[in-house]
Write a protein that binds this ligand. Structure first.
Ligand code: NAI
Length: 480
């Protein structure tokens, strides 16, 4: 029986391994982690991450051929294929601080694999890593190998949170990079055989190691670039009276461009885009390519600009001050159908409003108070470490109140901000919300989910990103 072990039971390791276990009943899959609380949750009825369809997959396989354990060394030593899906945070100190990937967790996983291995292994990079990481990992493994053969493969994960199970069942492609040696090719085949249980072979792309590593960074940079491009257009739409939805519809109809990922919003978030682009920028700088680095850096700058612009709109609309005013925040996760708040634009928007002394009442269907307080207290980039190693500020923010209902959040509020595109925000009883708010009642829609005409008919002053401005906002001086 082939044995697979995955180091790192997170958003990637958990769902990916659950699907491999489901699709390959003859393979035994163990997912291991140094975080005891994460493993306990994976073995309980309340899984540590929310992902549509995940519960069913885990329930079918757990205890059969899928196991979650903290006994990292035992499972690694028994495995034929070891996936590594640990955190790769952005460095906050030292060389490359603020850009380079911190490979501490990766390196410690590689050293541990070398220490405990007694048989040949295929080691698979599942985490997103800088180009040429495989070379460093190879050196660590081979210098400590005691004669054991390690083959390194790059198999970056392209799943998107919120649709992870669907993406894993039916991927656009699976990418496997390996050494162009007989040993490397044999390892590629072994991993291809795993995916071939359910993925059509023409969707399994095999490349050299560096192409696979770089393709993941490139794919995320291209995706984020689309969002920053349409967000840059949204600012121009507001200035000219064009409607960004109409513009993106017209642009996306061009088959060379395509319609996806062209929704204007308050900005992109999630654990990957910013981190991976910063990493790409750093790699370009290190390779003496400052122009290329600056090109990609601009994608992040526009994202930051979009969040600042949104906060400025709110403050200037509300008579240039939100001090002491109650603002309802609807949605905190970085997108719908996930409880993940890593790098969510809501953090910067909330911090911006708190900086202007607003009182916030926050509601998200999947994010609890503890998480929100952690996020608002945490320093930039600190979130990307195993939970038990995250530095924590002991004080919670008093001006922030977290509630479990959109109506409670908006009661007596001066303004409402929609920051996540949860479906339920489309069908709220906005008349009821309006009746219970202070007047004038403002709605700032950071995801373009509401019907502005209907809301204006109720009496709201509405701001939607990239849409023709309400007369109220038009009369205000332009915001930076
Ligand atoms: P995560 O933070 O949810 O999971 C990482 C896990 O690794 C944590 O549970 C941590 O406790 C564990 N860990 C760290 N060091 C360990 C060690 N030495 N031994 C055992 N366990 C250890 O992170 P996530 O989101 O799963 O991401 C993992 C990697 O996959 C990152 O490189 C990320 O960039 C990449 N990725 C993430 C995607 C996403 O949508 N979240 C999509 C594609 C790739």
């Amino acid at each position: 029986m082939v044995k697979i072990c995955c180091i790192g039971a997170g958003y990637v390791g958990g769902p990916t391994m659950a699907v491999i276990a489901l699709k390959c009943p003859e393979i035994e899959v163990a997912v291991v982690d140094i975080s005891v609380s994460r493993i306990t949750a994976w073995n309980s009825d309340v899984l540590p991450i929310y992902e549509p369809g995940l519960d069913e997959v885990v329930k079918k396989c757990r205890g059969e051929n899928l196991f979650f354990s903290t006994d990292v060394e035992k499972h690694v030593s028994e495995a034929d294929i070891v996936f590594v899906s640990v955190n790769t945070p952005t460095k906050t100190q030292g060389l490359g601080a603020g850009k380079a990937a911190d490979l501490t967790y990766w390196e410690s996983a590689a050293r541990m694999i070398a220490d405990v291995s007694k048989s040949d292994k295929i080691v698979v990079e599942k985490s997103t890593v800088p180009v040429k990481t495989a070379e460093a990992i190879e050196k660590i493994l081979n210098h400590n190998s005691k004669g054991i053969d390690f083959q390194i493969l790059s198999n970056p994960e392209f799943l998107a949170e919120g649709t992870a199970i669907q993406d894993l069942f039916n991927p656009d492609r699976v990418l496997i990079g390996g050494r162009e040696t007989p040993g490397g090719q044999k390892a590629i085949e072994a991993l291809r055989d795993v995916y071939a249980h359910w993925v059509p072979v023409d969707r399994i792309i095999c490349t050299n190691l560096w192409s696979a590593e770089l393709s993941k960074l490139a794919a995320n940079a291209f995706l984020a670039q689309r969002i920053s491009s349409v967000n840059a257009m949204s600012a121009l739409c507001e200035a000219t009276g064009a409607d960004v939805s109409q513009v993106s519809h017209a642009v996306g109809k061009d088959t060379r461009i395509g319609p996806k990922f062209l929704n204007a919003s308050v900005g992109f978030g999630g654990s990957c885009f910013q981190k991976d682009i910063l990493n790409l920028v750093y790699i370009c700088e290190c390779n003496g390519l400052p122009e290329v680095a600056n090109y990609w850096k601009q994608v992040i700058k526009i994202n930051d600009y979009q969040k600042t612009r949104f906060v400025n709109r709110i403050v200037s609309s509300m008579f240039n001050t939100v001090s002491g005013k109650k603002i309802a925040i609807l949605g905190f996760a970085f997108k719908k159908d996930t409880g993940d708040t890593r790098e969510t634009p809501a953090i910067d928007v909330c911090k911006g409003l708190l900086g202007d002394k607003a009182r916030l009442s926050i509601y998200d269907p999947q994010v609890n108070e503890e998480q929100i307080q952690r996020d608002l207290a945490m320093n930039k980039f600190d979130w990307d470490h195993p939970v038990h190693l995250q530095p924590m500020s002991p004080t919670s923010i008093k001006q922030v109140n977290v509630v479990w209902d959109a109506y409670a959040a908006t009661k007596d509020a001066h303004g409402v901000c929609i920051l996540t595109e949860w479906d339920e925000f489309k069908t709220l009883d906005y008349q009821r919300i309006y009746d219970n708010m202070r007047k004038p009642a403002f709605i700032f829609d950071g995801r373009n989910v509401v019907d502005e005409a209907k809301l204006r008919a109720i009496g709201f002053i509405v701001y939607s990103i990239g849409k023709p401005l309400d007369q109220w906002l038009k009369d205000l001086p332009a915001v930076a």
